[in-house]
Design a protein around this ligand. Structure first.
Ligand code: NAD
Length: 443
């Protein structure tokens, strides 16, 4: 099939590359000229395992095109994906200006039937707004072309986006238009061979499904962080508690890791957006408000540990920081816990010497050159001359470091571990002051 994708970010580029790999022909449209020029030369703007090879293959074999020419994009595919960003507005609700701008563009240039597919995460009712925008522009053009607006939320995880798209758990299609449903089923048939993963529902339910999924996951994290904070005060070990509850199949082991708060481009903004949506319909979403509040508090925790350890005297100290990305296997720094920590350390007069396997460029882009941030090439280099080690992201190489080397390098044998990578008893035996989450020390 011929498909156009508007918005070539984490979602759009991965989706486009995976659809092309399955044999579809995909035209990728973005307003960012630099990104499109780079992609034409095989430069992949984000880090995502397996993505580069797919993009290069799709381009080489002529199934993946890149352009900033929106008219060309609209003319290309019968299926038109909208995968642009939906960042939070000033009040936390999702800003739909990019989504509606694409809807307008499609309506301005279309010359035949189109299925307009909302892949961006958008509040309930957005499909109606997209539909109204298209109808308005077509009316201005005096055109009676037909179209359908479908909600098809994306559930990929950054860091595993390619395999999630190739082997989705479910394919949610929100539409009551049979022709559009048929086209969507045809599009996703290559990913739906083993057993039927397609779940068709009305548009509003599909839109809410995406928010409900992310809010449930965020709730699990905040719940575990609340338990961890309690465990600290009650003399319990949250890692034992985690195993104890995860063994119940009704609870399960997935997504119950305590830590230094959730980040990324989705959970923070989606929880906030659903809170605003609820308020707009006169409902007080008490649980969601607490999920957000617990997360905010959790992100302060690592700084509180280190500040207390150094008795509030952080000025002039150098902190080695392992992990900057909001989670492993990505370079995404949006809402990362490391940012809250670094900004607090800087405000207290400390310097940060940081290493991340993939997010160094992104960190440099966000913070620029500053005297109190040194981005280094290795875990070991981050330790040199540092007073303490802090960990924000559970990258695989951080799990089994050479502790005697760490101890040799640090001026003060202290580790603040935001991801519970190490065993507190072992750390104590090696002579470290060790702060984990929910494992003894409280703040
Ligand atoms: P992103 O910021 O990485 O990419 C968005 C892209 O859209 C940018 O390249 C931008 O230049 C482009 N764009 C903006 N306006 C445009 C226009 N008028 N025409 C063409 N391109 C335009 O965003 P993302 O992380 O890919 O997220 C996109 C959507 O998918 C959001 O709604 C997000 O909530 C949702 N989502 C994201 C993830 C994730 O893990 N990142 C997962 C599921 C869903």
């Amino acid at each position: 099939m011929k498909v156009t994708v508007f918005g070539i970010g984490y979602v759009g580029l991965v989706q486009a590359a995976v659809l092309a790999e399955a044999g579809h022909h995909v035209c990728c449209v973005d307003i960012d000229q630099g990104k499109i020029d780079g992609l034409k030369q095989g430069i992949i703007p984000i880090y995502e395992p397996g993505l580069e090879a797919l993009v290069k293959k799709g381009t080489r074999e002529g199934r993946l095109l890149f352009t900033t020419d929106a008219a060309l994009g609209v003319g290309f595919g019968e299926l038109q994906f909208i995968a642009v960003g939906t960042p939070p507005d000033e009040d936390g609700s999702a800003d739909l200006k990019y989504v509606l701008a694409v809807a307008q563009t499609i309506a301005q240039h279309m010359t035949g039937y189109k299925v307009i597919i909302n892949k961006s995460t958008v509040p309930v009712g957005t499909a109606d707004k997209v539909s109204a925008k298209v109808a308005q522009v077509l009316a201005e053009r005096d055109s009676s072309l037909s179209y359908a607006v479908v909600s098809n939320p994306e559930f990929l995880k950054e860091g595993a986006a390619v395999s999630d798209c190739q082997k989705p758990d479910r394919i949610v299609i929100g539409t009551q238009d049979l022709q559009a449903e048929q086209k969507m089923r045809e599009l996703y048939a290559p990913f739906n061979r083993n057993h039927d993963k397609v779940i068709v529902m009305d548009v509003r339910s599909a839109e809410l499904t995406k928010y409900a999924a992310n809010c449930m996951l965020a709730t699990k994290i905040s719940f575990m962080n609340e338990m961890a904070n309690l465990a600290e005060l009650l003399g319990a070990d949250i890692e034992a508690v985690r195993k104890g509850i995860g063994s119940d199949p009704r609870i399960g082991y997935h997504f119950i890791y305590p830590g230094c708060g959730y980040g990324g481009s989705c959970f923070p903004k989606d929880v906030q957006a659903l809170v605003r949506t609820a308020e707009q319909v006169g409902y007080q979403p008490q649980l969601l408000q607490s999920v957000e509040a617990v997360n905010y508090r959790q992100k302060q925790k690592l700084f509180q540990f280190i500040n207390r350890h150094f008795k509030g005297e952080l000025a002039g100290k150098t902190i080695a920081l392992w992990g900057l990305a909001f989670k492993p296997n990505t370079d995404d720094m949006r809402e990362a816990s490391s940012r809250v920590l670094m900004e607090s350390l800087w405000a207290a007069g400390a310097k940060v010497q940081a290493f991340d396997p993939e997010a160094q460029h992104e960190t440099q882009r966000i913070y620029g050159d500053r005297d109190d941030l040194l981005l280094v090439d290795s875990m070991e280099a981050a330790l040199q001359g540092a007073d303490a080690l802090m960990i924000c992201t559970e990258w695989q190489p951080f799990r089994a470091p050479d502790f005697s080397y760490i101890k040799e390098q640090l001026k003060d044998a202290v580790i603040v571990d935001g991801r519970n990578l190490y065993d507190p008893a072992q750390m104590k035996a090696q002579g470290f002051a060790y702060y984990g989450i929910g494992r003894g020390e409280s703040v």
